[in-house]
Write a protein that binds this ligand. Structure first.
Ligand code: GDP
Ligand code: MN
Ligand code: MN
Ligand code: MN
Length: 252
């Protein structure tokens, strides 16, 4: 068994309105069942989610949080504008975004963008992945999956990894429940976060710095799914999320 990870070369600096699918197709001939993995940074740039820090006016809540955690109130306002819930305020802001993804700073990013600017995450990453996927399929004539990724930290462990935040035609979680192990025992709980694993593999070629490789194609890992899929399938239902419950208790 094997699969390939291919960084798409020659992608320029992306600006608002740029046509990512056409840039990708010009630089790599896609094949049926390729999984096209795109860093949210360039998706957000193409979608115009770029804001000047000095243009942001912090509201009352942002100013109060700033007095508690010492961060720039304008940055906090940016994070709040993309969050539905703040779970941790200090020493970093851990939030659930409007799209339901739980991460630090709502994915608002100051890296790989000019000084003085903030990059907000795509508002609806599934919709972004669908638009990219449909256009890539049209241009290439191939059946494709798409994953939009961001770099995320994890609870309990040092080190960030790539994580899926939006998907198109790929099942995000593989359910092993009911399958047998090597000794014929039936598995009762295991669910594999395939979309995050693929995002992590792609992130090895993306890196976090000046690499200039925001698009990676996974080829030969047969995981195409012909129907619409949703990233929220990966998000633990509220009533089962004991970590969030615990964090809410700590806030009180
Ligand atoms: P994030 O994980 O979505 O926040 O994206 P990163 O900021 O970690 O960047 C991932 C990769 O995309 C790195 O290789 C960056 O150098 C690259 N990258 C970011 N912006 C651009 C861009 O506008 N053009 C190109 N070609 N690469 C970019
Ligand atoms: Mn970044
Ligand atoms: Mn990021
Ligand atoms: Mn990254």
């Amino acid at each position: 068994m094997k699969f390939e990870a291919i960084a798409v070369e020659n992608i320029p600096l992306i600006h608002t309105g740029d046509n990512l699918p056409s840039i990708i197709c010009k630089n790599l001939e896609l094949q049926d069942r390729d999984i096209v993995i795109v860093a949210s940074t360039v998706v957000a740039k193409a979608e115009g989610e770029i804001f000047r820090l000095e243009d942001i006016t912090p509201g009352k809540i942002a100013l109060e949080m700033a007095s508690r955690n010492g961060k720039d109130a304008r940055f906090i306002q940016a994070v709040l504008s993309r969050s539905r819930e703040v779970l941790v305020e200090k020493p970093f802001m851990l939030v659930t975004t409007l799209a339901g993804h739980t991460c630090v700073n709502a994915g608002v990013d100051e890296s790989n963008i000019e000084d003085g600017f903030l990059l907000y995450p795509p508002v609806n990453p599934d919709a972004s992945a669908s638009r990219l996927g449909q256009e890539l399929e049209k241009l290439s004539g191939k059946k494709l999956s798409v994953i939009v990724t961001d770099t995320n930290g994890r609870a309990f462990k040092i080190g960030q990894t790539g994580a899926a935040i939006g998907i198109y035609k790929i099942k995000p979680v593989k359910h092993w429940i009911g399958e047998k192990d090597l000794f014929g025992k039936v598995l009762e709980v295991t669910e594999e976060a395939v979309a995050d694993e693929l995002a992590g593999a792609a992130n090895l070629l993306m890196g976090e710095g000046a690499g200039g490789t925001p698009v990676v194609v996974i080829r030969g890992f047969d995981y195409y799914c012909g129907e619409k899929t949703f990233i929220k399938e990966m998000y633990r239902p509220e009533e089962m999320d004991v970590i969030k419950k615990g964090l809410r208790c700590l806030q009180k």
